[in-house]
Design a protein around this ligand. Sequence first.
Ligand SMILES: [Mg+2]
Length: 238
Amino acid sequence: MPARELRAVFLDLDDTLTEYPGGFGAVLESVYRRAVSAGAPADGFDRFRRAYWNSTCGLWAAMHAGTISGRQARLVRMRRGLEAVSVSDDALTQRLSHHWDDLALNSPDLRPGADDLLGWLRGRVFLGLITDGYADLQRRKLKRLGLEDRFDRVQISEEVGTSKPFARTFRLSLEAAGVAPVEAVMVGDNANSDVRGALGVGMQAVHLQPGGPVNTPAGATWAGDLADVRRLLEEALG
Ligand SMILES: [Mg+2]
């Protein structure tokens, strides 16, 4: 990482400070197993998943514009996934949406090194969280993991109406921290939303990628785990 004065560190939440056992994909597979036991076709998972994810972009845009709540967005997304396998059942849609919420909220654990990293950073720099997602779920997840009071500022996309990788998302956090982009680093697992987004506004970026720097964008620094992240930041902070 370039040795510049560092005054703020921003972290992503999901798959950066936390990890899902079996990966986040396991959450949707678990949801679909319940759909099958309620009558959905056993070979329909790919169709369900495609429709489910294809609807996400438009629903998040509506959520960030404030025309739909995160809770409603999750229900509509589940309904569109089920419609792709010819299932139309409001009660089942509600049950599966609640099951997704339960897994998304309760299955992730803190990644090894998260507690150490946060404890070491607090007070040394402005420490912020920038996470995309549903306000109700992200707030409850932070509380469950004991993270709610460990940042100087928490920014959740539904609450501010903008998500990564849009420049406005990063600028909101930079303004709140009172730092210039070059004085800040974004740490996250997603090469596009976390890393390219941050680089695009002139911030420094660390790409957390346990499998190796296979898709780490030029200009970013790769880290294999959170202990690596701490070492990089220790060097940058002197
Ligand atoms: Mg992430």
